[in-house]
Design a protein. Structure first.
Length: 227
């Protein structure tokens, strides 16, 4: 992950880091890294451009750039905001809608590049019991199987940083959650977080569709104005 550095103010130089000098992740040009802004003196990662940044609305912090799963500390409040936005807007995401329509077609038993389809069934919450030869995953990511072809079911919303191969299900840490779809490809259920999603993995950091990223940034900006 290569980083490109830009200046938020003309008075800053490329050699001196301050709250006004910000780096941009080349793997996700919408995420800014403010140096010396974290409590431990590390980088604060955020979608917002305000300087100094609002730590409450940051994605998290990292002791180094590029951030890694080991150097990154997640901001739990940001994750709550993300899930709120997905509950409100995931059903309107054009990519997820196209997956839902494909699910209802004759080939709906196959999986899409952005999510996974599986038949309608009662959702099971993770328990301490495990099935023979395996265990149950938590949340929406723990449901599996094939569906479609006129039968209702569920569609996974997955992070774009590591889309699964066609016919495959995304890794649990890449699954944001799922929505229910009827036999005609219409999204009828509320978004349910998977409980297994990780903001950063070895494959990269949070990657949303243009539609969902825009909604998330709008929500963060609204929260910032209220503060």
């Amino acid at each position: 992950m290569i980083l490109s550095r830009v200046k938020a103010a003309p008075t800053c130089t490329r050699l001196v880091f301050s709250h006004r000098s910000v780096s941009i992740l080349s793997s996700n040009r919408y995420i800014k890294a403010f140096p010396n802004a974290a409590p431990n003196g590390g980088y604060l990662l955020t979608y917002l451009e305000t300087s100094p940044p609002t730590s409450r609305l940051a994605i998290g912090t990292s002791t180094q750039l590029p951030p890694t799963p080991r150097s990154f500390t997640e901001n739990h409040e940001f994750l709550s905001i993300l899930n709120h936005v997905l509950r409100q807007h995931a059903a309107q995401d054009p990519i997820l809608q196209s997956q839902a329509l494909a699910f209802a077609g004759p080939g709906g038993s196959t999986l899409g590049s952005h999510g996974a389809f599986f038949p309608q069934q009662r959702k099971r919450r993770a328990t301490s019991k495990t099935a023979a030869g395996g265990s149950e995953a938590s949340g929406a990511a723990g449901q599996g199987g094939a569906g479609g072809a006129g039968v209702g079911g569920y569609v996974h919303l997955s992070d774009l940083r590591n889309p699964p191969d066609f016919g495959r299900i995304a890794f649990p840490e890449d699954i944001l959650g799922s929505v229910e779809v009827d036999g005609h490809g219409k999204i009828i259920g509320e978004f349910e977080p998977s409980g297994t999603y990780r903001i950063i993995t070895n494959e990269g950091i949070l990657g949303l569709s243009d539609f969902l990223r825009t909604k998330l940034i709008e929500k963060l900006q609204d929260e910032e104005k209220e503060n």
